[in-house]
Design a protein around this ligand. Structure first.
Ligand code: ADE
Length: 259
């Protein structure tokens, strides 16, 4: 696994040893549950002021695997999707698990223009924001984020993943201004969490990557909510299959640079 060199993450990541602790972060419980069941992880929650965050952990081969989900919103009884919750969950998960790698996993809208199809599974080649438009000097690039990602070329081949830029924003639907950003970043998929997780990971010196399964096509006119729900199960199955294989590789004992 290489670290993309569009930023100076190398100076922040000091750990050179084997990957022994891994966090997989999901926004939605339905996305996480198949993995939790497969690896027979045990649930736990925090007794401090973040009881909605749901954690599960267990030993898988050579690694301690932690799964964190954003939990349920107490008022609206839906999963706490989006960047604010992603930031909080990533920060807390890193504090608790001290991972050598954090993977933001979940579903995403894909771009047909970049070759995406329903239930394709992508690994991030880059992670950006598309709804932080700040046309003011260096704030423009700050807004875009363009976070360094851990990149695993051997894993892409071995596990048959697609690779592309993940673009994050807080809306399920899209505005014309978003399409400008997608064109600029050559986004392959659009989600609602990856860039927030990548920012926390960067700040904390933890290598990060995103694995996203496509539920809908952003550049095909549709009712995104309906199509998302229709394809959620198929995409979650594909996501779990690829994540299981990734965890299988990590569980055998791996270092960042060998992936
Ligand atoms: N997750 C699944 N589909 C999505 C989309 N179109 N936009 C953002 N997040 C998604």
């Amino acid at each position: 696994m290489n670290l993309s060199t569009n930023n100076n993450i190398e100076t922040r990541i000091t750990y050179q040893g084997p990957i022994e602790r891994v966090v997989v972060q999901f926004a939605m419980r339905a996305e996480a549950e198949p993995l939790i069941e497969k690896f027979e992880l045990s649930f736990y929650s925090l007794v401090d002021r973040l009881p909605h965050l749901l954690f599960a952990k267990g030993k898988v081969g050579n690694i301690e695997l932690h799964v964190v989900t954003h939990g349920t919103d107490a008022r609206y009884e839906v999963d706490r999707v989006g960047t604010e919750n992603a930031t909080l969950a990533a920060f807390k998960a890193i504090e608790i698990a001290q991972p050598h790698l954090i993977i933001n996993a979940g579903t995403a809208g894909g771009f047909k223009l970049q070759g995406a199809a329903i239930a394709d599974v992508y690994i991030s080649s880059g992670i950006v924001f598309h709804d932080h438009r700040i046309p003011l000097g260096a704030y423009r690039e700050y807004g875009n984020g363009n976070f360094p990602v851990a990149y695993a070329p051997h894993m892409i081949d071995a596990i048959s993943l697609k690779s592309g830029v993940v673009s994050t924003g807080n809306s399920l639907d899209v505005l014309p201004a978003d399409f400008e950003q997608f064109r600029h970043s050559k986004a392959a998929v659009k989600d609602m969490e990856a860039a927030a997780v990548a920012q926390v990971a960067f700040d904390q010196g933890v290598p990060c990557l995103a694995i996203k399964a496509v539920t809908d096509l952003v550049d095909e006119p549709c009712n995104v909510g309906e199509i998302f729900l229709k394809n959620l199960s198929q995409a979650s199955t594909a996501l779990t299959e690829k994540l299981s294989r990734i965890i299988g590789v990590l569980a055998q004992g791996a270092r960042l640079e060998s992936l």
